[in-house]
Design a protein around this ligand. Sequence first.
Ligand code: FAD
Length: 322
Amino acid sequence: MSGIIVVAEHRQGALRETSLECAGAAQELSLQGGLDYEVALLSKEGRALSQPLMGLTASLRYIDHGAHENYSPEPYLEDLYALVGQEAPRFIIMGHTSQGMDLAPALAARLSAPLVTDCVGLKIDGDSLICQRRVYGGKIVEELGLKPAPTVVLTLQPGAFDQPSASVDTQERDHASCLNQPEHLRRFVEYLAAAVEDVDIAAADILVSVGRGIGDQENLALAQELADAMGATLSCSRPVADAGWLPKSRQVGTSGKTVRPKLYIALGISGAFQHQAGMKGSETILAVNKDPKAPIFQVANYGIVDDLFKVVPVLTERLKSL
Ligand code: FAD
């Protein structure tokens, strides 16, 4: 019996980041519970997509079929159900993406298995699994203790888990697809990407983020200069986006985007929990705020208690002189 099966996700001919994060969560669980974890990749040609997973899982299983070139619920469900039926894993993990939100409930219903969605933490406690989820807009993290069940289906919040760290030899195995229905009720027609009207702050390595403390739209130039000096992207808290000083796509937080850059610089941001929920996973956080009691300092690695209008020009000059 396989302990954990991660369902990898791909789009437009590339593996999606969430697949690696799910593998990271599976690795954590495998260490806690002494379980194996494997990754299942349903696609047209798995070996053309699987490179990022090499060395991150001991076992990679391919189910290649033309019907899996793009996600389509019925063929996926059929083949996945057949694989899971053979393996009877304890946990099935996938991303809480539009694909995962569609596939996981259908699979759980087919298996009569419990389903926990949008998890941000997982812990094995004896026979039980403890799942953490954010509720009330991120204000509270709830813990759900699951009664033991033969199989549990889980979806994980993108950005909540790290990639696996271990370096292992990956064994690749092919599985025959069991699809025999020529027609399904739903079929993939065309991929329509959402219009990108701005930069993707979730992809930036360094973010200079401005809050209401910036005072006025025209003061954004100060933050932009700092960002330019270090090759960073400008992001913001909600009041800045609400005021229309920066586009909504730059907003970090529960009603904006979740970011995990290498460096997050918070300028004049108080650090309300809705904001923190979107940035506290950043590798290093530097906060500049004139209020020493601002909650942002609770998650900051470095803090400067001062007026940002004094601090930012000095930082920019120092960076330019390097
Ligand atoms: P403020 O809380 O007003 O803080 C401004 C900070 O700037 C203060 O700490 C002040 O000390 C400091 N400051 C002022 N002048 C200076 C200066 N010259 N130098 C240095 N520091 C200075 N917020 C988000 O950010 N993202 C979200 O996605 C989000 N979603 C929300 C969803 C819901 C349902 C709700 C109810 C709220 C949400 N919010 C969100 C709003 C959130 O609760 C806060 O109101 C918001 O984050 C505050 O933004 P801020 O820190 O920029 O402003």
